[in-house]
Design a protein around this ligand. Sequence first.
Ligand code: LM2
Ligand code: CA
Length: 498
Amino acid sequence: MTTTSRRLGAGAALVFAALAITGCAPADAGDAAADLAAPEVGVQLFQLPWTAVAEECERTIGPAGFGWVLVSPAQEHILNDAWWAAYQPVSYRVESRLGTREEFADMTRRCAEVGVDVIADAVVNHMTGQDAPGVGWAGSPYERLEYPGIHTATDFHDCTLTPDGDISDYSSREQVQECELLNLADLDTASPVVRDRISDFLLDLLDLGAAGVRIDAAKHMAADDVAAIVETLPAGTWVISEVIRSAREPITPEEYTGFGEVFEFQYARDLFPQLQSGLLSDPALGGARPAHVDADAAVVFIDNHDTERGEADVTAVDGLVYVMANALMLADDFGTPIVLSGYAFTDRDAGALLQPDGRVLPQRCDAAAVEAALAGVETLPAGARTCVHAWPAMLGMVEWRRVAGDAVRLPGVDADSAYGFEREGRAVIAANPDDGATTLRVPTSLPDGRYCDVIATGQRIGAAGDCGDSIVVVEGGEAVFDLAPWQTMAIHQLSPAP
Ligand code: LM2
Ligand code: CA
């Protein structure tokens, strides 16, 4: 199963329709557009309610040519305002402060209509981490190891490897998989009864229109257990396991690639040092990447909701550097990329903004919201959406990637601090991770002429209007990038300046 065959769906047809409607595409766009690769890039819409996800699909994400969205967990969860309440499920009911079961189904339908798959985040390694009895969002009562009608004590691991039953040593496979992660009641996923429950839940999400699932905390379940559950799902269901790579641990992401894809955490880790040292070069981006799972199995990202609050050295508050990191990832020919779109925060635990009834506020990434975010995510009030998926740079690069398609990634060139490369004959990108301006000449077989920089101007196919000064000239077989400090510029076959 390759990434392209999996999602060769409505998206491609949609772009042709859009070109036909606007009627102002460049003369050769008809032919060239036939070569546009299928939508492939994802967006993680962290803690966005289902009704708002549906709107973003229709207004921005579908038309932009993204292929899928990853949404936050849909399960009934504990009552707590922190975002991470979503990772403490109380039952398998699809009722949460992100929305109702009906709203979830409506979201998947509306997104699918514009060519966007919904991937649900499934929390199935554990239930809550609460010692005291409580009641969940939808009214289900629970106690530490008792979830009436759902799970009883025998469904959980009883870890005696550590004094408090919590994982303390990540070099122990047994502890990581059979003890409690952060005191979260750990399901015995080897048990047929437990597997059946989880399978029923995943099938329910698929029935509600999800195209696939993210398996939360997959590392904390034996790969064989996850495989047995995945086997019960219809062929073609997209499964992405979250297995945080660590060279010091025995459990590897490779163990989970037999039945689906995995998030490759090493991708961003390899890129950050180069951005910081201002020394971009091929080894981090190109080449064989021995430290990564195979490209077919890799979902790559600059940050996710956890690393944004933890290990990531580059996040949305870093403005131009964040654009650079994401643009290089989108221009790369490795794996299936996903872009994070969350909300501003200072407190790591702070949840999304709530309405008086406790449901998450459905914020919109309209022009004003995008403009506010572009002025600097660090200046946004806590809880305001970052709207990263609607930034012109991301829209431009999603299109750039589809134009690049399967074109070979030629070796990069660098001069001073700047670095750039071509996807042969289709598209060129250049980045300047430095405090000084510079000019970089990247060899290209694009025809001579003036091209709009899609990072500054956003999507160009079928777009009316010019692109101001955001121009890159191609002359005598070279694309000449005049780069300001920390600027990234990108042009492609279908972005000639009008
Ligand atoms: C994940 N992937 O494997 C999620 O991506 C990550 O966001 C989850 O952690 C984690 N695994 C469990 O699903 C988050 C959050 C934690 C939070 C847990 C559970 O990062 O801070 O833990 O969800 O809600 C919180 C408290 C922690 C407490 C725990 C249990 O921060 O101190 O542990 O609840 O009450 C005693
Ligand atoms: Ca476990």
